[in-house]
Ligand binder design. Structure first.
Ligand SMILES: *[C@@H]1O[C@H](CO)[C@@H](O)[C@H](O)[C@H]1NC(C)=O
Ligand SMILES: *[C@@H]1O[C@H](CO)[C@@H](O)[C@H](O)[C@H]1NC(C)=O
Ligand SMILES: *[C@@H]1O[C@H](CO)[C@@H](O)[C@H](O)[C@H]1NC(C)=O
Ligand SMILES: *[C@@H]1O[C@H](CO)[C@@H](O)[C@H](O)[C@H]1NC(C)=O
Length: 791
């Protein structure tokens, strides 16, 4: 019967062919119901291949391996293949096919952090001791590969590889078969999806092996689970012990990011391998896309991993400080934003007029002559002593784009470059090659005051928007007789900086563009100026002309924040082996803090003003408290299905994520998407200017993990203009593992002058629900968003 249907399908597909040479093939990811395989096919791969061949008709040409790029059987069931859009459309309606999703390309979203997080103490802190540093756990790093010989990945003193590990160590150029050890227990690479779209890779520029010839993957892996290395520093900065969050956890590197980006079909292959091979945590510092979850390959792969009990921690993205920029927002993932630490690398800019501008840098080569003032030039201004532009194109020159600077005008001078378009390190290289002796990298208004310290190829410092404005004015007011001058004062590494943490300017912000019922990001972790391992074959500035070599490098990004949470999740799982991924996330979130080291609410680096829940989610991670959260908000895979039902996804859409038909009747009766048992509460209302108040309620269930008998009392800091009531106000637990439920009613007043709210604008009000038993404080943010009608 099934065979007959499949044959029918093939006929239909063949029938719709014709006149479609215009529709070029591209890669599709196809999810299937594994149980629907017709018995005529000996394996799933046979089935998939025959379906694609038939759908593509006689004209299809395939590389030697056949039409399939990858087949998936652990995190999901299905395959990826190149097809024309019409063949894909026909396949989508076929029996046994749950979803056909076009591939997308992603991009990478970059040590004192263990000390800052309270993990470096003697004797070892409780979290490290209780979990034996996470030695039975394997963390998958889905990234640019790894540099295997690095000291951070040495296996001295580690016990045997955990017996449950079923992974492999793929070899290739620069990655001999003995590259893995008891620390780096697995390494693989996935390039078939990349090469199916971009053509064969250039094997001079990149290597067909797990070797990291970018640096990003080595950096993120060592943040999650690098071993203790002393002394570690980059070109003299940030000297001290380098260590990952879980220094004894094992690493498995899955290389999916190449010169042309990170392709969904390869990312899914990595998820599939990681699930099959027995990892405990997946760390994914790769950017997301804003599409519904059933079209998002990362959300789909992460669901399969979560079902298998694997924690998936992902970077929130670097699209901040604007709102609605957060990515990787599915509720089954942990979405990590970036904060600063109490460490800075000041490199102030002194001007000829006596002004001193605050700047930062981790430049580590020969410095400028002490006491000497250098001439300053800015190519973006036509007035002033000199124009540095080679082509008269002031815009390109102001950005210091390649070839835009006139060597005659910049030789021996310090060049001011505007931030944007090309990379910060590339600007330094452009100035250096044009003969400049130094660079000041100035933020524009849009960048605000957020600064990133880079390992430039020449003496250079980064300054904020206000300083950039002063600098440009000063240069514009200079004359031939009285040229603008300045110098950069490098001050090394400063510790004990206040305030810290602050939310990094680039860290992506909420609200959650896919489902505002779930607050995202979930929390923040250190992601600004992070010292971690660096491959031997790559210069610290990350540009080909940088011939310097350094064992560690300082990078910034939510890419660096994410592996902090991945490593901590491994420690939590080691200490609490029965906890689900949701329980681990709950522990991290409900114990996070929102105060900085001045005892004020954390501020936003881009403005210096108080940050809010859309910036930091539940707050900044506190590893010690997360070990003993008292209560957890647990979530089962079935709860996520109810959530998807309440997003009004169709059965077909839900099946694309969960690989099972969903019955939504019960879930829809039970309420709304905000009832997912999440550790934060988010209510969104349309303020139509008529209703004076709006209300909703949330149902939550907490599990006692705090040790036996305990009585918790609820306290609420209500969002402005809102009344919040919790029922019951007291939860009396008799034993560990016991679950008790409560409801939270939120009633909020319409905005004052609601009618005057700009169409499409919104007002955000936030508060906190805290359950206390005298030993634990279990915090959940409450956020109320009032949206003005679109029109
Ligand atoms: C391959 O990469 C090398 C090194 O980056 C470059 O010199 C060469 O031109 C590239 N070859 C092709 C065919 O792009
Ligand atoms: C921090 O501020 C709160 C009030 O906002 C105050 O109750 C608390 O005592 C302060 N803590 C410290 C250590 O100053
Ligand atoms: C789903 O549909 C119901 C009924 O039409 C509606 O009340 C609810 O707001 C919808 N939910 C979402 C998340 O769109
Ligand atoms: C909150 O409660 C107070 C006192 O019962 C009441 O006067 C007020 O109208 C309520 N506000 C809202 C927004 O429901």
């Amino acid at each position: 019967m099934v065979v007959v249907r499949l044959l029918l399908l093939l006929a239909v597909v063949a029938g719709v062919r014709g006149g479609e040479d215009a529709d070029a093939s591209r890669t599709y990811i196809v999810r299937v119901d594994a149980d629907a395989k017709p018995s005529a096919f000996p394996t799933h791969a046979h089935w998939y291949e025959s379906a694609v061949l038939a759908a593509s008709g006689p004209g299809g040409e395939w590389p030697e391996g056949g039409p399939l790029i990858h087949t998936y059987s652990a995190a999901l069931h299905g395959f990826s293949a190149r097809m024309s859009p019409s063949a894909a459309a026909a396949l989508a309606g076929a029996p046994g096919v749950a979803a056909v999703v076009p591939e997308r390309v992603r991009h990478l979203a970059t040590t004192r952090s263990p000390g800052f997080l309270g993990l470096l103490s003697s004797p070892p802190s409780a979290i490290l001791a209780d979990s034996d540093f996470g030695s039975d756990l394997v963390i998958a790093i889905i990234d640019t590969g790894i540099s295997p010989a690095h000291r951070s990945f040495h296996d001295r003193g580690l016990g045997p590889v955990p017996p449950k590990w079923r992974g492999v160590c793929a070899s290739g150029p620069g990655f001999p078969p003995n590259s893995c050890n008891r620390k780096l227990v697995g390494a693989r690479f996935f390039s078939a999806g990349y090469e199916a779209t971009s053509g064969r890779m250039n094997e001079t520029a990149e290597v067909r092996s797990p070797l990291d010839n970018d640096g990003h993957g080595t950096h993120t892996a060592s943040i999650a689970a690098g071993r203790y290395v002393f002394p570690a520093s980059t070109l003299g900065y940030a000297r001290g012990v380098a260590s990952g969050m879980a220094p004894k956890a094992r690493l498995a590197a899955y290389k999916v990011c190449w010169a042309g980006g990170c392709f969904d079909s390869d990312i899914l292959a990595a998820f599939d391998a990681a699930v099959a091979e027995g990892v405990d945590v997946v760390s994914l510092s790769v950017g997301g896309v804003v599409v519904p979850y059933y079209l998002d390959a990362i959300a789909i792969g992460a669901f399969g991993a979560t079902e298998a009990g694997i924690v998936v921690s992902a970077s929130a993205g670097n699209g901040g400080p604007g709102g609605l920029t957060v990515t990787n927002v599915a509720p089954w993932m942990t979405t990590v934003g970036a904060g600063s630490m109490d460490r800075a690398f000041p490199a102030n800019v002194r001007l000829g007029n006596g002004q001193v501008l605050d700047g930062v840098s981790v430049y580590g080569g020969p410095v400028l002559q002490s006491g000497k003032m250098y001439e300053l030039v800015y190519a973006g201004t036509s007035s002033g002593a000199a124009s540095a532009s080679s082509s008269g194109d002031g815009y390109s020159a102001s950005m210091c784009l390649d070839g835009s600077l006139d060597p005659a005008a910049v030789r021996g001078k310090i060049v001011v470059c505007d931030r944007g378009v090309n990379s910060r390190a590339a600007k330094g290289d452009v100035v250096h090659r044009a003969g400049g002796v130094g660079m000041v990298l100035a933020n524009g208004v849009f960048d605000g005051e957020g600064l990133v310290a880079d390992c430039h190829v020449l003496p250079a410092s980064a300054v904020g928007a206000a300083s950039g404005e002063k600098l440009r004015k000063y240069i514009a007011s200079s004359t031939q007789q009285k040229p603008a001058t300045g110098t950069i004062l490098f001050q090394g590494t400063h510790l004990g900086v206040h305030p810290a943490p602050v939310v990094a300017a680039f860290s992506a912000r909420g609200p959650n563009p896919q489902s505002p019922e779930i607050l995202k990001p979930d929390l923040i972790a250190p992601g600004l100026n992070i010292l971690a391992a660096w491959p031997n074959g790559v210069g610290p500035a990350g540009i080909p002309s940088d011939g310097r070599r350094t064992e560690f490098n300082i990078l910034s990004g939510t890419s660096m924040a994410c592996p902090h949470i991945s490593g901590l999740a491994a420690l939590l799982k080691a200490a609490h082996p029965t906890w689900s991924p949701a329980a681990i996330k709950s522990a991290l979130m409900t114990t996070a803090y929102i105060k900085d080291n001045r005892n004020g609410t954390m501020v936003d680096e881009s403005t210096g003003k108080v940050a809010d829940v859309f910036d930091f989610g539940a707050g900044h991670v506190d590893p010690m408290l997360a070990m003993d959260p008292g209560l957890i908000y647990d979530i089962t895979p079935g709860d996520y299905v109810s959530f998807l039902c309440n997003l009004n996804y169709t059965g077909q859409n839900i099946r694309a994520i969960t690989r099972r038909p969903a019955d939504c009747r019960g879930a829809r009766r039970a309420g709304h998407a905000g009832n997912l048992n999440y550790p934060s509460l988010s209510a969104t209302f349309v303020a139509d200017g008529i209703k004076p108040t709006m209300k909703t309620h949330f149902i939550r269930t907490v599990t006692n993990v705090g040790g036996g008998r305990s009585v918790y009392h609820a306290t609420v800091r209500a969002p402005a203009g809102s009344n919040v009531t919790v029922q019951p106000k007291q939860l009396a637990f008799r034993r560990d593992g016991q679950k008790l439920s409560f409801t939270v009613h939120v009633e909020t007043a319409a905005p004052v002058r609601a009618k005057k709210m700009e169409p499409g604008s919104s007002e955000v009000r936030s508060g906190t629900l805290t359950w206390r038993d005298g030993r634990h404080a279990v915090n959940s943010p409450i956020v109320v968003t009032l949206q003005a009608p679109v029109q």
